[in-house]
Design a protein around this ligand. Structure first.
Ligand SMILES: Cc1ncc(COP(=O)(O)O)c(C=O)c1O
Length: 447
C-alpha cells in the first residue's frame, strides 16, 4: 500500500520539545488531546494520509468530509500556486477573475432557479449568510425551523440552530429556533409505520409548526438533506418532496445545508439533484474548495441579495481558494468522480448489506453514494446503541491503516461512517471493507 507515498520535501524542522510546547499552548478541545490516539499527520494524497511515523491510512473521513476530489491533487496545487503568485488577497468590494469564473460555474451546476452565488471561508458563516438572505426576503419573520439532530456549525448562531446543546455554556446567546422531529425511520417510527407514512407525519409537523407553534411565520426551514454529524441519516425519499411542497404553499424558504452532501458526495453534484428537489437556497462548503477553505450559498435568482455592509467578510473572497475551487470542479469532471462515487458507493453498500446478514452488530446501513453510515446496535430488538463498539472500530481501524468516521459529536455515537474521497479505488475500498468485517468479527467473538 505504501508505494504511493510521496517524497518528503519542504518539511518544517522541529524537535520533540517544540511539539510538546505546542501541545501545552493549544486551547483544550481544539485539537491536541481531542482524539483517543495522538497522531500528527504530515502528508496526504488522493484517499491516503500518512502520519509522522510514516504510517499510511485510507481516509474514510476525507478530513471532515472535505477532500472530496482527493487530497493535494497536483492540478489543484498548480491552480492555487499560479493564483498565489499573482494575487492572494483582495478586498471584498472588488472583483477577481476566479471570483467571476467560479460563480459562473457554480450557478451552472445548481438546479433550476438557483443562480446567485455568495462566498465566505467557513460553512458556519455560509449558513448564517443563507439565513440572512432568507430574513431579507421575509422581513419581520418568526424563529427559524430546523430538524432534530441537525448540525449547522459552531459559530454562535449556527450552534443554536444545531442539535440541542444541553446545558451549553452559550445557550443564552443563541438565536430563537424551533426544532421539529426528523423521519429517522430505523429508530423512531411508530409501530407498523412505513417510511413513506413517517415522511408524511413528520412533514405534517412542519406545516403545523408553521401554523401553530411560532409567533410570526418563519423565514425559512433549514435542513441537511442527509444529516452528517447527527447520525449520518438520509430520510425516506418522499420527505424531501413533501417539505418542498409545504414550504412553497406556506411561502417559507427551504434552505438545504449541502455542506456535506454537495460537491458530489451523493454521486450527483448536489443532493438536490439526487432527490429531484429544488430548494430556495443551497449552502456549500467543505469539498468545494478542493482542500482549500471555501464556502458559500447558491440562492434563487429572484431573491433579494445583500446591501453593502450586510455580509462580505475580510477574507470572504479569497482568490486562492476560488482558483482551487475552479480547478476542483474541473477535476470532478475530468476524472469522472461522480461515476466513481456512485460505483464505489453502490459496491460498498451492497457488501455491507451482506455483512448485515452475519454481523448482529449491524443494525442499519445508510447511504446514498459515498455518504455511508452503519448504525451499530448491541441488540437488534432493543436497538441498544453500540457506541463503545463504534469507538473500537475507530481505534482498531487506525491500527490497521483505516480511518473510519464515527458520530462522536452528535446523535447517540453508534454510527460508523465510510465517507472517503470520491477518488477511492477498488483496492482501497476492498481493504476498508475487509478491515471493517474483521473488526466486527473480533468484537462479536469477545461478547
Ligand atoms: C452540514 C454542516 N453544516 C455546517 C457545518 C459547519 O461548517 P464549518 O465547520 O466549515 O464552519 C458543517 C461542518 O461540519 C456541516 O457538516
Amino acid at each position: 500500500m505504501s508505494k504511493n507515498r510521496p517524497t518528503q520535501k519542504n518539511e518544517i524542522s522541529y524537535s520533540e520539545a517544540d511539539l510538546e510546547a505546542g501541545r501545552r499552548a493549544l486551547i483544550r478541545g481544539w485539537s491536541s488531546g481531542a482524539e483517543p490516539v495522538q497522531m500528527i499527520f504530515t502528508r496526504a494524497k488522493g484517499a491516503l494520509v500518512w502520519d509522522s511515523t510514516g504510517k499510511e491510512y485510507i481516509d474514510c473521513t476525507s478530513q471532515a468530509w472535505s477532500n472530496n476530489i482527493g487530497a493535494t491533487d497536483d492540478r489543484i496545487l498548480a491552480a492555487a500556486w499560479s493564483q498565489m503568485q499573482n494575487l492572494t488577497h483582495l478586498r471584498s468590494n472588488y472583483d477577481s477573475v476566479p471570483l467571476l469564473l467560479l460563480s459562473k460555474e457554480l450557478a451552472q451546476s445548481a438546479p433550476g432557479k438557483l443562480k446567485r452565488v455568495g462566498y465566505c471561508l467557513h460553512g458556519s458563516m455560509a449558513v448564517e449568510m443563507a439565513v440572512k438572505i432568507a430574513v431579507k426576503n421575509r422581513p419581520n419573520s418568526g424563529p427559524l425551523i430546523t430538524l432534530y439532530d441537525g448540525y449547522h456549525g459552531r459559530s454562535l448562531a449556527t450552534m443554536g440552530w444545531s442539535w440541542p446543546h444541553i446545558n451549553n455554556d452559550f445557550n443564552s446567546l443563541f438565536p430563537p429556533v424551533v426544532r421539529i422531529p426528523h423521519p429517522y425511520h430505523y429508530r423512531y417510527a411508530l409501530p407498523g409505520e412505513k417510511p413513506v407514512q413517517m415522511a408524511r407525519r413528520c412533514a405534517n409537523i412542519l406545516r403545523d409548526t408553521i401554523h401553530y407553534a411560532v409567533n410570526g411565520k418563519p423565514a425559512a426551514f433549514l435542513m441537511e438533506p442527509v444529516q452528517g454529524n447527527g447520525t449520518q441519516l438520509d430520510f425516506p425519499p418522499e420527505y424531501y418532496h413533501y417539505v418542498r411542497e409545504i414550504c412553497t404553499e406556506e411561502n417559507v424558504l427551504l434552505i438545504w445545508d449541502e455542506i456535506q452532501t454537495g460537491m458530489g458526495r451523493c454521486g450527483t453534484m448536489w443532493a438536490a439533484e439526487y432527490y429531484g428537489v429544488e430548494p430556495d437556497i443551497i449552502i456549500f462548503g467543505k469539498g468545494v474548495g478542493g482542500g482549500f477553505p471555501l464556502a458559500g450559498i447558491i440562492a434563487r435568482e429572484d431573491l433579494i441579495g445583500f446591501e453593502p455592509g450586510d455580509d462580505a467578510l475580510t477574507f470572504g473572497q479569497f482568490p486562492v481558494s476560488l482558483a482551487a475551487g475552479l480547478a476542483a470542479l474541473r477535476v470532478l469532471k475530468e476524472d469522472k468522480l461522480l461515476d466513481n462515487c456512485k460505483k464505489m458507493g453502490a459496491y460498498a453498500t451492497k457488501l455491507l448489506h451482506e455483512f448485515e446478514k452475519r454481523h448482529p452488530l449491524i443494525g442499519n446501513v445508510r447511504g446514498p453514494g459515498l455518504n455511508i453510515g452503519i448504525e451499530l446496535v448491541r441488540d437488534r430488538n432493543t436497538k441498544e446503541p453500540a457506541a463503545h463498539e463504534a469507538l473500537q472500530v475507530y481505534s482498531r481501524g487506525l491500527d490497521q491503516g483505516v480511518i473510519f468516521g464515527t458520530t462522536r459529536y452528535g446523535g447517540i455515537g453508534n454510527v460508523v461512517k465510510i465517507k472517503p474521497p470520491l477518488c477511492i479505488n477498488q483496492e482501497q475500498m476492498d481493504h476498508v471493507l475487509e478491515v471493517f468485517d474483521q473488526i466486527l468479527t473480533e468484537i462479536e467473538e469477545k461478547r
